[in-house]
Design a protein around this ligand. Structure first.
Ligand SMILES: [Zn+2]
Length: 367
């Protein structure tokens, strides 16, 4: 049997499975319970945060013909599942939706086949052409009693005010790294896959707030690692830099050990690590170093193994707070500069030289 993508397999089937968007699901659930359904909804938010899934869950709940606010699983609507003719999904990203909206205009007046409502879900609604928007607006102005519209978009600012003003709006938020981490662990546990916490954290970080992207990455990792997902393997797959390599680099910078620093750098760039990635990781290292130096409970602020925490503490004990702060300042200022440059490697190496010498005694003129 062909394996189903994780994000499809774990797509929410009810409100309880929609994670971390309680501010939306609570309102929708209560509308279903009280029967106060609006005619038009706008679901806004970044990709992979659950807009379309929530729209489908909501549509299934209100097209169910049984009472009780939850899909009963027995009525004709519920039984038809994905083939429910009273739920019409339109992807505005394909062909700008012109034909689909025309069809919608023609068919919206016909009563639903089973229940009380006919639900139109329009995905990526900001992609509609002007004429499609106008056609949609006419329908939104005088919708038949049974018609419900759920418009989903990643870019609400591109929608005409006339459309916005007719919708009740919900904002879906990006998930935190911790929330995504928990979700990946839940999925891996269900799948019977063993994992290292640090590996899961890395996957969650790469997902950048999106459940769908995170699970797509988890899928890739799963097929590479089989039944044990280790940190080192994830580092390889995602082509990121491992903490231990960055710690090694940072340690040598702090010690002003120029030769070791440049050896490490060239080995990292030879494996294809980009300046942007190295810079980001190094900046994180110095921020963590600052915390390790100045905050006794620093371990709570970062997800590091016991071994790496100890090594960070040792490096911190040999570094001066002011110099760490200066290093952070240099790197932050550099970030802007490097983005616009065509000579990233050269610029990055000069930064590294500044950093190495910065940690030497009296370099910045301190007593
Ligand atoms: Zn039902």
């Amino acid at each position: 049997m062909a394996s189903v993508a994780l994000y499809r397999k774990y797509r929410p089937k009810n409100f309880d499975e929609i994670i971390c968007q309680e501010h939306v699901t609570t309102v929708l659930k209560s509308q279903i319970e009280t029967g106060e359904i609006s005619h038009a909804y706008l679901f806004c938010g970044s990709r992979g945060t659950g807009k379309t899934s929530s729209a489908i869950v909501f549509a299934r709940a209100i097209t169910c013909t049984a009472d009780g606010g939850k899909p009963c699983g027995k009525c004709p609507s519920c039984v038809s599942g994905a083939n429910n003719v009273d739920i019409i999904e339109i992807d505005a990203a394909s062909n700008n939706g012109v034909n689909e909206i025309r069809e919608l205009r023609e068919n919206v007046k016909y009563a639903p086949l089973n229940g009380k409502y006919k639900v139109y879900i329009i995905d990526e609604v900001h992609m509609l052409t002007d004429s499609a928007f106008n056609a949609l607006l006419k329908t939104l102005e005088e919708p038949p009693k049974h018609a419900i519209f759920i418009l989903a978009t990643t870019e609400p600012q591109k929608l005409p005010a006339t459309i916005l003003s007719r919708c009740i709006r919900f904002n879906f938020r990006l998930l935190t790294k911790g929330e995504l981490s928990e979700h990946v662990k839940y999925v891996f546990d269900k799948e019977g896959i063993k994992y290292e916490q640090a590996a899961v954290d890395l996957i969650a970080e790469a997902g950048e707030g999106s459940v769908r992207d995170t699970l797509t990455i988890a899928d890739m990792v799963k097929s590479f690692c089989k039944d044990f997902v280790t940190y080192e393997k994830v580092v390889k797959i995602l082509s990121v830099v491992s903490k231990s390599e960055i710690f090694d680099l940072g340690d040598n910078i702090v010690k002003g050990n120029v030769e070791a620093v440049f050896k490490k750098l060239s080995s990292l760039t030879e494996c294809g690590k980009s300046v942007n990635v190295l810079l980001k990781e190094l900046l994180t290292f110095f921020k963590d170093l600052f915390l390790a130096k100045n905050v006794s409970t620093f371990k709570g602020f970062m997800s590091l193994s016991e071994e790496l925490s100890e090594s960070l503490k040792t490096i911190a004990s040999g570094a001066d707070t002011e110099k760490i702060v200066h290093a952070i300042y240099l790197m932050s200022a550099f970030e802007q500069e490097v983005r616009q440059s065509t000579q990233q490697n050269l610029l990055f190496e000069s930064l590294i030289i500044k950093l190495c010498f910065g940690f030497k005694e009296n370099y910045w003129g301190e007593a």
